[in-house]
Design a protein around this ligand. Structure first.
Ligand code: GDP
Ligand code: GDP
Length: 454
């Protein structure tokens, strides 16, 4: 009976459901060794040793899904980032600047045992300028005796220092409650305005040709911003008109400005890439076609997929391509890019301008898929036939039944399947594969999740 009610539900109502807004972003910043990584691991409930990262090695990720008191948010982790002792202040500031720019609220970690240092003061200055909500975490207060140390940090002018021991978990709950008080419900940062020009991130490891491609695409067509009435802009973004259509290229300042190679620069670049991706609707990941694909390339691709953004893969420097390299390239694509066979691949040359028009068409295709909504009636018709022809395998005499499905959001398309039991991962992947076969979704990640209904 319950099934019938679900199937008779008013699909139009479900289709009108607005896309969920981006989760608020909380960044943990502070100078090295104050306990940021320890704190992040505490919040995430990770048990493994904290400081296992090799100094200077780029982490896979900088942001993680987190939860406290039933509220979900995205946690940006800037720990594990090594800096040279010389010039430490400016590096800390630089790192913090990007993290703060990404965030809706900030946890500023200070080592209460050490007290406020000049490095800390510089971050305070940045925080004040950014004007974002801040919770001051007085870390390493391992027992009541340390409370006095924490009180000294009132002098930073950031309000009440919250005494915490990231190591033992002491005071963590109170601090997170204070965070939730200031953390907005949704991210203002990842907000996608449907009316404005589409937002494009040009990303890839150093020297793949990002700035060359940007110059090639922008060329003489750079738009004077005043021409587009009513647009507000971030000074690091650039409005570029391509065939009469304006696009925002995000964080072009980061592309044009050469980041000096110091230790930690990798991590800094990775954070910046992440920021650009989060800000964009579609990311063009540029790789150098003339050399083997590296782990750094695939990492950037994963960042795009994890962030749920539309994706275009551009093989640049195609002018350098020769017959010797080609078979290797094909094999690399088969081996390393199997997870993203859905992403359009375009061979380009930023040097000659070859195929940049194709790149733009691929952008449009990926964005269309990213925006696409399958009407609920059609989705369930498709799923009904699929399940009838290929039922979920029987396990221990039981077989979960699929009740119905809905596309919970677009940008990217997210599907929720309601079933009477848990669906095996293999079966979920099978559904995802068939969804793509039927509906395309070229250039966008899609997500399929399952809710169990008794
Ligand atoms: P990060 O560089 O800011 O990420 O700092 P880490 O999380 O790597 O911590 C630096 C050092 O401080 C490590 O040896 C931690 O074990 C230690 N530490 C972190 N939190 C605490 C704490 O609450 N109390 C004490 N006593 N030590 C801590
Ligand atoms: P970025 O670090 O990703 O911004 O890379 P750049 O745009 O600075 O390019 C790095 C180097 O690759 C420069 O020497 C460029 O001239 C060169 N380059 C960029 N695109 C191409 C291309 O399509 N073909 C060739 N042959 N060289 C290119």
């Amino acid at each position: 009976e319950a099934d019938r009610a679900l199937l008779d539900a008013d699909w139009d109502d479900l289709d009108a459901e607005p896309a969920p807004l981006a989760l608020p972003v909380l960044a943990v910043v502070g100078r090295p060794n104050v306990g940021k990584s320890t704190l992040v691991n505490r919040i995430l409930g990770r048990r493994e040793a904290v400081v296992e990262d090799t100094p200077g090695v780029t982490r896979d990720r900088v942001s993680y899904p987190a939860e406290w008191s039933g509220r979900d948010f995205t946690l940006v982790d800037t720990g594990g980032w090594e800096v040279d002792v010389a010039g430490i202040d400016s590096k800390v500031a630089e790192q913090a600047e990007v993290a703060i720019a990404l965030a809706d609220a900030v946890v500023f970690v200070v080592d209460a045992q050490v007290g406020a240092t000049a490095s800390d003061e510089r971050v305070v200055e940045l925080l004040r300028r950014a004007g974002k909500p801040v919770v001051l975490c007085a870390n390493k207060v391992d027992g009541p005796a340390g409370e006095a140390d924490a009180a000294f940090l009132w002098s930073l002018g950031l309000g009440e220092p919250m005494p915490v021991s990231a190591l033992h978990g002491r005071g963590l709950g109170d601090m997170l409650d204070a965070v939730l008080d200031v953390l907005p419900e949704h991210s203002a940062y990842g907000e996608v305005r449907p009316d404005g020009p589409r937002r494009v991130a040009l990303v890839g490891r150093p020297n793949v040709g990002k700035s060359s491609l940007l110059n090639r695409i922008a060329g003489s067509e750079r738009v004077v911003v005043d021409e587009l009435a009513g647009t507000t802009r971030d000074p690091v973004d650039e409005l570029v008109e391509i065939k009469g259509i304006p696009y925002w290229f995000v964080d072009t300042a980061g592309i044009r400005r050469r980041v000096h190679q110091t230790s930690g620069a990798d991590f800094y670049a990775s954070l910046r890439t992440q920021a650009a991706i989060e800000k964009a609707e579609v990311a063009v990941v540029l790789v150098d076609a003339s050399v083997p694909l590296t782990e750094q390339d695939t990492r950037v691709i994963s960042q795009v997929v994890d962030a749920g953004r539309a994706l275009v893969l551009a093989y640049n420097k195609w002018d350098l391509m020769d017959d010797d390299r080609r078979p290797y390239l094909e094999r690399e694509i088969e081996r390393d890019l199997v997870q993203i066979t859905w992403a359009p691949r375009v061979n380009v040359s930023a040097r000659t301008g070859w195929h940049t028009d194709k790149l733009v068409r691929a952008l449009e295709t990926s964005l269309e898929s990213w925006d696409y909504r399958i009407p609920t009636g059609r989705l369930n018709g498709f799923l009904g036939e699929l399940v009838a022809a290929h039922p979920h395998p029987l396990r221990g005499g039981k077989q979960p039944r699929i009740l119905f499905a809905t596309q919970a959001s677009t940008r990217p398309p997210r599907f929720v399947i309601f079933a009477t039991g848990f669906l095996e991962a293999g079966y979920r992947r099978f559904i995802e594969r068939r969804l793509r076969e039927e509906f395309g979704f070229e250039g966008t990640p899609i997500q399929v999740s399952v809710r169990v209904r008794e």
